[in-house]
Every structure is written in C-alpha cells, then in structure tokens.
Write a new protein. Structure first.
Length: 451
C-alpha cells in the first residue's frame, strides 16, 4: 500500500487543511481505516451506498457486463443494461408514462432537466421561456447550471458572477416557517409563493420549477406539509411550467418509498435520480421524463434532445443499477427503510429532551436531519458560524466510530449547523440503537465543551 504521508502532497482534496482518514475497505454498514478502525457509515457516503459496502452481487454485475462490453457511445448505439434499467425504473415508479435519459451523476441529471425544460418550450413555440424557479435552502449540484439553482450561500457566493440569476421561492421549512405560521395555521403559503414568483417574473419567461421533495444536504429531512406538492403541481399546470422533482438524494427508496414525492401522491414532469441508483458501485444517474415532454421533443424538427455526455448510459454502470434495483425489490428493502425510519425517528427525537443544543429532528425513512441551536429551551438561535458546531459533532462521532454528514448555512444563509443521517438500507434495529447511543455521547461532549 502507498504511504499516505509521502504521496498526499499530490492529492487535491476539497478542504486543503483537513486531515482525511484513509479508508481501505468496507463491508455492510461498516468502513475501515488503514489502522483497522471500524466505522459505522451512517451517512452511506453521502446518501449513496444504499445496499451497504462490498455487495458481491453488485460487484459481479459490473464485472459480468464489462466482460461482455464496457463501453459504447450513446450517440450511436443502444446497450442491454439501459433497456433493462429503464423498464425497471418505470415499473418501480409505477407509471408507464415516463421515459428514461441516462447520466453519470446528480449534477448531470439536473443539468439535463434544465436544458430539457428549455428545449421543450422552445419546440412548443415559446422561445422566451428559459428561467427555472428554485427554492432557497436547497442543493442541486456543483456544475454552473445546477449551482445556479442551488440555494446555498456558501456554495454559491464565490461563483455568483458566473451563475444564472434565476428567481427563488421559500422552502417548506416548518421549524423556521418563512411565513411565521404554525402547524395549525399553515395554509401552504410556501406553495403559493411559487405562483407569486411566476406572476412577478412573468410566466412567459419561466420554463420550470425545481425542488427537492424531501430536502437533502442543504437542510436534511425537511419534508413539506400534506398538500404542498399537489398544490405546486396545480400551479405549474396553470402556468405551463414544468415541475422538476430533484430526487437525487430522496429517490430510489431513501425515504421509504421509491420516490419521496410518492408520500404525497404527486408526480413531477421530470424526475432527477442518482446516488442510491447505483449504491455507489459506479457513477450513474437518470432523468425520468413524462410523455408530454418526450413527445414534444420527438415530434420537433430536430427530433432530438440536443444534449449528451460521454459516460451517460455507460453499460457497466447501468448494469450495476439493474442489479441494485433487483436487490431492493427481492429483499423488500424499501419497506424495510420505512419500518426502520418509523423505529428510529422517535429515538432521535428523544435526544431533544436530553440535549438543549438539539433543535429540530426531522425526516422520512432513512433520510434524517438533526439541526443544532444554542439553546432549544430558550428559542431557535443558531450558533455563531465561527464555532463550526457541525464539524465538532462530526469529529466526536468519528472518534467513537460513527460517520455522519455535516452541513450548514440553512439559517439566513450564513448560520445554521446540522448533520445528515442516511445509513444503508440494510441496517438493523440494534445497529440504529448503537448509532443513537454514539450520537448521544458525541452531542453531550460537544454540548459540554460549548458551555
Ligand atoms: C438533491 C441533489 N441534487 C443534486 C446533487 C448533485 O449530485 P452530484 O454530486 O452527483 O453531482 C445532489 C448531491 O448531493 C443532491 O443531493
């Protein structure tokens, strides 16, 4: 094995000052560092490794396909795995009115969705429609189009001069309702905000609205009130705006249904997927496109979507996706996610009683967020951002053998600390108990240190 200390100078990590533990293997819900330390991967990487690490069937699927054919370019050829996976996806969604466009990741799926919306309107003779309305407190990816849609100050501000300036609406952040409503008084102002934005900007300029049905990295676990997504769809229909569901994190079973929007009996015109679709065994993404959009492009002058990436539809990556979906189905893992979420969420919510720095615990299935505040007994004031509480929690968890995914900036763009919990779908009750125990100890230590 390479000596990390000798060769590390050649690596360009994201954070150039942070020490990154060297992970040398994984198995099930565990990853292991070079010192043999066993760590529970309660983040599944970043809500990716849904089947857990070192799944032999998935690895075999990659190898088998690569032995047949590793690569053909989608501009010229079809391949067996894309035929199989597109059918599986349509079946899992339970709606035959979708068509699947393949990509290599989440940002690529979002870029494709943005361009698809633009081209759809163009082909329909509405050349002015180009703007995509997005929400604040959101993450849609790091490429310039996807970052333009992302509502996250820290990730955007260094690049703002080279981003598109698109309209933004408030999210259904019930813990800090942007409209100062409570559960009892809620009348879905956050959904109506979409109509306000469409009318204010001029509907003739709007091509689509993008949102995360259950929010991921930007404020994990935020779920809309009942009726929100249906109302959003109604508003979109009324103004001929396409609804794009970014289910890159929330899709493929993560929330206990194949799509998070299925909890709300609502469908999007375009759905972006990635992450869990390959369980991290290969780079893979997909965009599901409703008949209406597909048919317009098919009957257009170019009868083509003028877009594509070299690795979209990579046969070996897609073969991995085929196997992942087979396993999810065979082992009823999505139902298991739902059961585990119902078991775990109350346990995690109980941490609020024990620790005053735990402000909000929310989520669906195994997509859960914990938001930290100075003192929840006295209010919802976030910590000073210089304290970087999320990293303190992450480090204390790691010391105890637990990997969680930290994030921030959900409060007024500059403050806010949270962690994302998204363990592999194969996790069992006892292992969830263990995670809760470690979290309890880690939060307790940080809480004390902050006093
Ligand atoms: C909801 C959502 N959309 C898009 C992306 C971007 O995906 P990728 O990092 O694969 O480009 C992410 C990644 O975390 C995400 O959570």
């Amino acid at each position: 094995m390479q000596d990390k200390n000798l060769t590390e100078q050649y690596i360009f990590y994201r954070d150039l000052k942070r020490d990154y533990p060297l992970i040398v293997k994984g198995n099930g819900i565990y990853i292991y560092n070079d010192k043999g330390k066993k760590i529970i991967d309660a983040a599944s990487g970043a809500a990716v490794v849904c089947l857990g690490h070192n799944n032999k069937r998935v690895i075999e699927a990659w190898v088998k396909q690569s032995q047949k054919i590793s690569f053909v370019h989608m501009s010229a050829f079809s391949n067996e795995p894309i035929l199989e996976l597109s059918e599986q996806l349509v079946n899992m969604v339970g709606d035959k009115h979708y068509h699947v466009y393949f990509t290599s990741g989440g940002s690529e799926s979002v870029e494709a969705a943005m361009k698809l919306a633009r081209q759809y309107h163009l082909e329909k003779g509405r050349p002015e429609r180009h703007m995509v309305i997005a929400r604040s407190i959101s993450y849609h990816g790091s490429t310039l189009g996807a970052l333009s849609l992302t509502g996250h100050h820290y990730r955007r501000y260094k690049f703002s001069p080279i981003l598109f300036s698109f309209p933004r609406i408030s999210p259904p952040y019930c813990y800090r309702c942007p409209f100062n409503q409570t559960k009892k008084t809620c009348n879905l102002d956050c959904a109506e905000d979409l109509e306000r934005a469409i009318v204010t900007e001029g509907e003739e300029l709007i091509s689509a609205f993008i949102f995360e049905p259950v929010v991921g990295a930007a404020a994990p676990g935020i779920s809309p009130p009942v009726g929100y997504i249906k109302r959003i769809r109604e508003i979109c229909e009324k103004h001929d705006v396409l609804m794009i569901g970014d289910e890159v994190m929330s899709g493929v079973g993560r929330t206990g249904k194949f799509l998070a929007s299925q909890h709300y009996q609502a469908r999007s015109h375009i759905i972006c997927l990635s992450k869990g679709i390959s369980s991290g065994y290969a780079p893979l993404g997909a965009v599901l496109v409703e008949d209406e959009v597909y048919d317009v492009l098919k009957s257009s002058g170019t009868h083509a979507f003028v877009h594509g990436h070299t690795f979209g539809g990579h046969p070996s990556s897609v073969a991995v996706g085929v196997e992942v979906l087979k396993i999810l189905k065979e082992k009823n893992l999505i139902e298991h996610v739902s059961d585990m979420g119902k078991y775990w969420l109350p346990q995690l919510k109980a941490l609020k009683k024990k620790h005053k720095i735990v402000g909000s615990v929310r989520g669906k299935g195994l997509l859960i967020g914990i938001e930290f505040v100075e003192n929840s007994r006295k209010g919802k004031k976030p910590f000073e951002s210089s304290l970087v509480v999320r990293m303190k929690i992450k480090d204390e968890c790691l010391k105890r053998g637990l990997n969680v995914y930290p994030g921030g900036y959900s409060v007024k763009g500059t403050a806010g600390d949270h962690i994302l919990l998204a363990p592999p779908y194969i996790i069992k009750k006892k292992e969830l108990d263990k995670i809760t125990e470690i979290l309890d100890a880690a939060i307790g230590t940080v809480e004390k240190a902050l006093e």
